[in-house]
Write a protein of this length. Sequence first.
Lengths: 147, 467
Amino acid sequence: MRPLTLVTGVIGADTHIVGNRILSMALEDAGYRVVALGALTPAGDFIKAAIETAADAILVSSLYGQGELDCRGFRDLCVEAGLEDILLYVGGNLVVGKQPWPDVERRFLDMGFDRAFPPGTRVERALELLASDFAARGKRIGVPETR
Amino acid sequence: MTIALLIDFGSTYTKLRVLDCDAGTVIASAQGPSTVERDVNVGLDAALSKLATSLRGLPPFTYRLASSSAAGGLRMVTVGLVRELTAEAARQAALGAGAKLVGSFAYRLTAGDAATIAGLAPDIVLLCGGTDGGNSTVILHNARVLAATALACPFVVAGNREAADEVTALLAAAGKSVTLTDNVMPALDRLDIEPARAAIRSIFMHRIVHAKGIDKAAARFDAVLMPTPAAVLEGARLLADGTSTASGLGPLVVLDPGGATTDVHSIGNGEPAEPGVIRQGLPEPYAKRTVEGDLGMRINAASIAAAIGPEQFAADAGVSLAQAEAHIGRLSADTAFLPASAADIRFDRALARAAIRIAMLRHAGRRETVYTAQGPVQLQRGKDLGDVALVVGTGGVLVNAEDAASLLAAAFADDADPQSLRPRHARLAVDRDYLLYAVGLLAQVDAGAALRLGLNNLHELECGVTA
């Protein structure tokens, strides 16, 4: 069975790579094929990578408070590129200052993300939701690729 | 004594070089007209009889190798998925194989695209798309579209390996000749164009040479190994890398400003020279060739002048704006124009400098500073050629120039555009006897002799200082 493919990366002019790398390793361990774009990734590069690798989901990280600006129109870009049904997650320090999380979450869901995650989310929680969202779409995690 | 005969079937001339492989020197040169359209033997015989006259009979040749850019060169169409990813990787593979790209397509081919490709009648179509295990729907769609065309040319398939069997079967079922090879982009961060290049070269040797009528002269040579531009790239690679026993010259750039295109070759990994610089975008080929189809010194004189700015161009040529425009008009009408007067020569030099400057700008990578919340970060796209050791010029305009160094120096980095990663302190040299193609061909059978020949023939120019 073909493993499910995830594109990960840190969007915009954001250099915080450590958390994203840990997340990518955890996803690989969980049996996903991970295409890790790393830090400083423009929105368009997530889309191009997802097309070429036939990704099942894009996981966007943003840690520097500008996520709202960087992620604006992200779902529209996906639709434009023929990725209407791709699963979109976003997580990190998505906005500047102390704002109530439900407001922030609502804004990102309105932008077309399927899920948004606040700071301090455990990797296990993300894996759990990913598996259930894929199951709802009739997709199962494949066997890890042998390298 | 080991003697080699090297033949270049060009679009205008059939050029011959007789080489002493032991000494790495040229014994004799001759050329005849290019007669591929009628019978390739006519021009070759004319050149061979000139050789026989100057050598008082032809010596026994150990090797007889040829390259060809005749009959339109190796005309290729490339197809990929995302324009900046597999479609670009396909272009790099075709250019690296010495092809003349007549069309490049991305995403799903339309009926209109199919008609365009059929109309182009390429010699080879390179079909790519999808990383391994990635997208397969688009390459399958494109294979179906191409299978339905009347194209009779060979296809090279170098896309997502999961789709490879089906793509091959679709094309083969429609009676197409298909060569399957490794994906040009097996993963998003990996470029692997050498297998596709090898497949293209093999088809060129075994089929295209026949289709172009070059094998009518088959009794006079052992093999037509590759298209001439691929031979030049192989020559450059040998000069840079050396052989298993002799070291080369290190990373280098070869510039070839011609009448119809300006070609740039670079050998080297182009990694950031400074620490802390982050690379972005497609990985770069170690041996990279770019072809600027809008920078031919004859057919594109007007666009070269426009690109550099008409006033600046006229000033560089030392003429008035009106004189410059009149001369450009003359060149566009007479693409075989050879400069005669001092003014003509000045004008050609200005054209060459402009073509070299722009072609080098496009070939070299760029570094930009992005200001992040954590401070400035340097991003690099493309190759950093700042530290290449050598810039080599080839082609008539450089070889015949009295001040080739001042023309080649147009390839150097300039302070006005520090983001462009062009050579900063390279030595300059010219390939005086137009031998790089011969070096590349000979390298296939005797790398040691080819390297000796290449090194002997490079004429280093004074003024290897930074611009």
